[in-house]
Design a protein. Structure first.
Length: 353
């Protein structure tokens, strides 16, 4: 079964789905913030709770890139301790980070403090609520969650405020962004992830796509969510989408065929019933990060994951881009900043790239 065989029945997100679950084994759960600032900076901030090892671990990652595709950036990944949830399970506190959710205002506040080399005080408020596909959960094998699943919720468009301090310099985080809450049980089972977030001040387009490792009898092969925001409002959630590696180059460092150009296609219906198609072709010129993800994990957790899969590798590009949108009888273009993130866990056949 491919992702476009999933039938979209609802996009509403009840408060219960925003609570932390903390799967007892072979799971990861995280909150991730993607921020485009008014002055052109980009921030990725993530906290992940993992039960992939013999005991739970917490990892905090931060990547901060300068404007105009300047090569200089700041990346840090640190372990955390003293992890505990709020009584309502909507917020989390650890050392050195907290994420607090206010359901009355649909606002998250994330604070990262010393000893992290990057100090962050970030607030993101949903402009048009949350989105999920049906109940948010997709099982890798139908009716059998023990083989793994992905459960995800999104703030497609949020207003951001706050500050970031690095190298004794203060940066303003006022701008706009995306928030993703995701749980993965058996996250080693997908072969590849392609994630794209494309934003300007008023509009946004997101692709959330994963491909399963072939040959294991999974009842899905690819799932691809698309979310379109126009003038601060979520106008469509689509399931017939594709982020395709249009051109690739072999990277001897990782051993994977890394995309040098992406083609994105989205097809579906807007919330008001109008047919929707979106096309983008984006050369990937400005590689901002490539990471051997195991290198950022504690040794014990690395050893467990290496026993399950080859080393996972992540690549991130930040590009100027333009989307060609046809919505009903209207045709228009959207310009903005695009982050493409590709994660390799296993090799796919060329036609699946």
């Amino acid at each position: 079964m491919s992702g476009n065989q999933i039938v979209l029945k609802s996009t509403d997100v009840p408060l219960e789905k925003l609570k932390w679950v903390l799967e007892p084994s072979y799971g990861t759960e995280g909150n991730t913030f993607y921020v485009h600032t008014n002055d052109g900076h980009f921030l990725l901030l993530q906290i992940v709770y993992s039960t992939m090892g013999f005991s739970p671990s917490i990892q905090i990652s931060c990547r901060f890139y300068g404007p105009n595709n300047l090569k200089k950036g700041h990346s840090t990944s640190v372990g955390a301790g003293n992890f505990h949830l709020s009584d309502d399970k909507l917020s989390v506190q650890c050392s050195p980070m907290s994420v607090k959710f206010d359901p009355a205002t649909n606002t998250y506040k994330a604070v990262l403090t010393a000893p992290s080399p990057v100090i962050i005080d970030l607030t993101i408020q949903a402009e048009d609520g949350f989105v999920q596909v049906n109940d948010g959960k997709v099982l890798f094998k139908q009716d059998d969650p023990s083989h793994g699943y992905v459960d995800s919720q999104f703030i497609p468009k949020g207003k951001t405020t706050g500050s970031l301090i690095v190298d004794k310099k203060v940066y303003d985080l006022a701008g706009w962004g995306l928030f993703v809450k995701a749980i993965q049980l058996r996250p080693q089972n997908p072969a590849q992830w392609n994630f794209m977030t494309f934003q300007n001040e008023t509009d946004a387009l997101h692709l959330y796509q994963w491909d399963m490792t072939p040959g294991y009898g999974y009842t899905i092969d690819r799932v691809s969510y698309g979310i379109l925001v126009l003038n601060h409002k979520t106008v469509a959630v689509t399931l017939n989408n594709l982020g395709k590696h249009l051109k690739t180059t072999h990277d001897s460092w990782s051993g994977f065929p890394v995309p040098s150009e992406m083609e994105y296609t989205f097809s579906g219906s807007a919330n008001d019933g109008r047919p929707l198609t979106i096309k983008m072709s984006v050369p990937l010129v400005h590689l901002r990060e490539k990471v051997d993800l195991l290198s950022e994990l504690p040794w014990m957790l690395r050893s467990v994951i290496q026993a399950l899969i080859t080393s996972p590798f992540l690549y991130q590009w930040l590009e100027d881009a333009e989307a060609d949108v046809t919505l009903g009888e209207e045709n228009f273009k959207i310009k903005g900043k695009l982050l493409q993130e590709t994660t390799f866990l296993a090799h796919l056949a060329n036609e699946r790239q």
